[in-house]
Write a protein that binds this ligand. Structure first.
Ligand code: XUL
Length: 521
């Protein structure tokens, strides 16, 4: 039997998923919720509460404690870890962890002491800035200026200098705590940190997650000397060389063998970012299939045939764990904006779905809105905006069905426009996340993208992707064969584009583009 374990260290939880590569089955799913299961870390939402909404840090020891707790929980359930043939994982992207000792140089983990107590003295910074932190605007500007502008940062790293990305965060740490920065011997990411804990060695950052740092030269796969110099002094010495995602970074340390009964020598494959891992978990590592994740924020991601970059500067390019590159475009106004419309119109979710499917038509009889109830990152808008200046707001929230359709159409048109730079029209769109259950939303996406919609049975695509990556490395099976076994489309969802609705979006698309031009974004 070939069992492979995938772990996903996300913002609010650590989850585990085990697949049996022979039987083609997911045999176990378990999770630890940081707020509920580890209240002593005072992080109900996975990060340390801070009155300053721009500051979002988490305690890395929380993730270590969660790992111990999760594996104990699985063991208590009777699972035999000795049967696991390989492990991989993923982490929330961009979060950076600061160490005063390489984990490989620290004493081997002892089973006589809690793991957190052994990791605590190795941290040179007690907290890790995570992806929700937006406090580094000044540092972004400084980095871009030092290398010759945003266009240079985009062409080297695949993204312009972005507040939540690790490079600007590292620069801020150096500026505000130069002494602690100097004592730092290694800076790593959440993903590689978790792999380091598991192997008891210094596990390198992979191309998938490393590309989210504003430091990796996408062409060479090495840290860019230009960006390193613009970020902080001596940074080259604090980063291990980045590696392809298919790199075996070590084996489980004796601590995990002894404490949980894993087989000695169980290989650990490089961990990656949660989005690159989801690309695998959604079976979308080949161009032609895009993924839309409808969550608190919405994301669009897809494999790319060529490493293009977004000329408007909003999209990102990361490494594709199966080789090559992927794009990712994140929209802050995701379910929060949809919920705002539901709240203001008083529509329940079933009524919201019926409003789109039965009470309104593609194009919404010309009624359109902008989808920005909150500040947006794609495109960059610092203030909420539902209509252009001087244009009467259609969305007075009196025509509830039209408002329901208007927000979803605006979001879909925005997703399409802001992913057009990848130069690939997806034939199918795999939709995941809470709102993927809403057929109305799925139909609008199908018609705007003129693509077939698919949903996948397993909802934790990052953890599934990690397990599938471990299985690919362990068995050598082609990706397509693993996808056929594990990435199973939900047969009950049949959403195809309708030719007349596709045509009906020509005008709204042009109108949306015009609005973006008028806003200068
Ligand atoms: C991607 C991003 C988020 C995190 C969430 O750029 O910031 O999707 O990876 O965990």
């Amino acid at each position: 039997m070939g069992l492979y374990l995938g772990l996903d260290s996300s913002t609010q939880s650590l989850s585990a998923l085990v697949i049996d590569s022979d039987a083609g089955q997911v045999v176990l799913q378990e999770a630890v919720n940081f707020g509920q299961d580890l209240p002593e870390y005072g992080s109900p939402q996975g990060f340390l509460p801070n009155a300053d909404a721009q500051l979002r840090h988490a305690n890395p020891l929380l993730w270590v404690a969660a790992l111990d707790l999760l594996l104990s929980k699985i063991q208590a359930g009777g699972f035999d870890f000795a049967a696991v043939r390989g492990v991989s994982g993923s982490g929330q992207q961009h979060g950076s962890v600061y160490l005063n000792t390489h984990i490989g140089d620290a004493p081997a983990w002892s089973t006589a002491l809690p793991l957190v107590d052994q990791v605590r003295p190795l941290l040179s910074r007690p907290s890790a800035p995570i992806w929700l932190d937006s406090s580094t605007n000044v540092e972004c500007r400084e980095i871009a200026a030092a290398v010759g502008g945003d266009a240079v940062v985009v062409s080297v790293t695949g993204s312009r200098a972005i507040e939540r990305f690790s490079g600007p965060q590292i620069r801020k740490f150096w500026k505000t705590e130069p002494g602690a920065y100097e004592k730092t011997v290694e800076i790593t990411l959440v993903s590689a940190f978790m792999a380091s804990i598991l192997t008891g060695t210094s596990a390198p950052i992979d191309f998938g997650d490393g590309a989210g740092m504003n430091l990796l030269d996408l062409q060479s796969g090495a840290w860019s000397p230009k960006l390193l110099a613009a970020t902080a002094p001596d940074l080259a010495r604090k980063l291990l060389p980045a590696v392809p995602s298919a790199t075996r970074v070590g084996e489980l340390s004796p601590y995990f063998v002894k404490r949980f009964g894993f087989a000695p020598g169980t290989p650990v494959l490089a961990f990656t970012g949660d989005n690159p891992s989801s690309l695998v978990g959604m079976g979308a590592t080949e161009p032609g299939t895009a993924v839309i994740s409808l969550g608190t924020s919405d994301t669009v991601f897809a494999a790319m045939r060529e490493p293009r970059t977004d000329p408007r500067g909003y999209g990102h390019v990361f490494g594709n764990p199966a080789g090559g590159f992927m794009c990712l475009i994140a929209f802050a106004n995701g379910s929060l904006a949809r919920e705002e419309v539901a709240r203001r119109t008083g529509l329940s979710w079933p009524a919201f779905e019926a409003a789109i499917l039965q009470q309104t038509k593609a194009g919404n009889a010309g009624n359109s809105m902008l989808p920005y109830f909150f500040p947006e990152i794609t495109p960059k808008l610092l203030e909420p905006k539902l209509s252009l200046e001087g244009t009467p707001a259609f969305c007075a929230f009196q025509d509830a069905p039209a408002n329901a359709r208007a927000i979803v159409e605006a979001q879909a048109l925005s997703m399409q426009r802001h992913s057009d730079w990848i130069g690939e029209k997806p034939r199918s769109v795999r939709v995941t996340g809470g709102a993927s259950k809403n057929r109305g939303i799925l139909q609008v996406i199908a018609d705007v993208f003129d693509a077939r919609i698919e949903t996948i049975q397993v909802s934790n695509s990052a953890a599934l992707g990690a397990a599938v990556r471990a299985a690919q490395a362990g068995t050598g099976l082609p990706w397509a064969e693993l996808y056929a076994r594990f990435v199973v489309a939900d047969a009950s969802v049949h959403v195809e584009s309708s030719p007349s609705s596709v045509l009906a979006y020509a005008e709204p698309r042009a109108k949306f583009a015009h609005k973006m031009q008028a806003l200068g974004v």
